[in-house]
Design a protein around this ligand. Structure first.
Ligand code: MG
Length: 376
């Protein structure tokens, strides 16, 4: 019989950590709760269905197969999510492959050394950052739960400083775009996807319904800088607040040329994945759109925010089509950012989780530990 079993049998465990201490094991009750290394890793694929067919300049979808990760240790379960994106050579299958590979790693991981653990996750393979994000989110959720604090509190952030999130409208016919805009009356800021032939029609359809601020995401859709500048000059007259990824990520010279000539901020999305991408973008873009799925998790996203701010760049946080797991995780960092586009969970019909809420567009963090998420 080990010492813990002995104290449990005689009914003193939990009664007084001092007794345990006096017996020479550990010095406090909390430490007694957490023992050794190793976490059990399991996962499940969740098919999430969109309320409307989701179209951006790259293609359309009606559902997504995301992977939910569970990390268990000492009767605490950390939850994470991977939303794989074909833009970054990720599929549900490639994500599962990385998570399977990580099982070995997690057998030896000490979650309290979460910085080192995060680095090991980052080094599991090249790319596949959605899988890495799921692992890092679950790890940080576990830490928050073990410490019994929300992550925003662990990072010293004021939950009242969360921004208003925009609500996204995918590419569609002008009639459907106008209809969606009417339905989205509860959201004070809209993000409109453009980047195809009918951009002007789409924006006119939105403006026929509302004069609220709009942000525009071209998803690399404009391939020529002269066309791009004409589009942007027209969009500025329509009251657009900023333009996200107007041109393909690799067209740095052309994008810098645009930035120097237009009045609204140009934000990088596809051009930036991790902190290592930021320095070369500081002169090309006014800001960056950080997504946990591109960054590979919360720890890297935190580093990216710090670096971008140091370089004087605006910081936006965005998302893929995600459940409340991915969105609530990102929301933990949102008191630090300028713009939020954390609406992935609002676009789906069957969110299996509940976490961060949105009231009149503002992200409302709860005081539950970790990422603040529960199963529905
Ligand atoms: Mg984008």
């Amino acid at each position: 019989m080990n010492r813990r079993d002995f104290f449990e049998r005689i009914g003193v465990i939990g009664l007084t950590p001092f007794l345990v201490s006096a017996a020479g094991t550990v010095s406090c009750g909390r430490e007694e709760k957490f023992k050794g290394k190793g976490m059990n890793l399991r996962y499940e694929v969740k098919r999430i269905f969109l309320k409307h067919t989701w179209t951006i300049s790259r293609g359309s979808s009606d559902y997504k197969d995301n992977v939910i990760v569970y990390l268990e240790k000492d009767r605490i379960t950390g939850i994470g999510e991977a939303a794989p994106n074909t833009r970054y050579n990720e599929t549900t299958e490639s994500t599962i492959k990385v998570i399977e590979k990580a099982k070995e790693l997690f057998k030896e991981i000490d979650p309290w050394k979460y910085y080192d653990a995060g680095m090991e996750i980052k080094n599991l393979c090249d790319g596949q950052t959605a899988a890495k994000a799921a692992l890092d989110i679950a790890l940080m959720d576990w830490i928050g739960k073990a410490l019994e604090v929300p992550l925003f509190k662990m990072w010293g952030l004021d939950p009242h400083k969360t921004p208003i999130t925009s609500f996204s409208i995918g590419i569609d016919t002008p009639e459907v775009v106008a209809q969606k805009t009417r339905e989205d009356k509860h959201y004070p800021i809209l993000k409109v996807k453009v980047g195809r032939e009918n951009d002007e029609e789409i924006i006119r359809a939105v403006r026929s319904v509302t004069d609220k601020p709009i942000r525009v995401d071209a998803n690399e859709g404009w391939k020529d800088k002269e066309i791009a500048i004409k589009k942007i000059e027209w969009l500025v007259k329509q009251g657009v607040e900023f333009i996200e990824q107007p041109m393909p990520a690799e067209m740095l010279e052309e994008t810098k040329w645009l930035k120097e000539r237009v009045e609204v901020p140009i934000i990088a999305d596809e051009a930036v994945k991790t902190a290592a991408d930021i320095p070369k973008l500081a002169e090309v873009y006014d800001g960056i759109n950080i997504k946990l799925m591109k960054a590979g998790g919360l720890q890297e996203a935190h580093r990216m925010i710090t670096l971008a701010k140091t370089l004087g760049m605006k910081v936006m946080m965005g998302c893929m089509i995600e459940t409340s797991v991915g969105i609530s995780a990102a929301a933990q960092l949102s008191p630090l950012i300028d713009y939020a586009d954390l609406d992935g969970n609002l676009l789906i019909k069957n969110d299996p989780f509940t976490g961060v809420k949105v009231e009149k567009g503002k992200l409302i963090l709860n005081d539950k530990p970790g990422i603040g998420v529960e199963k529905v």
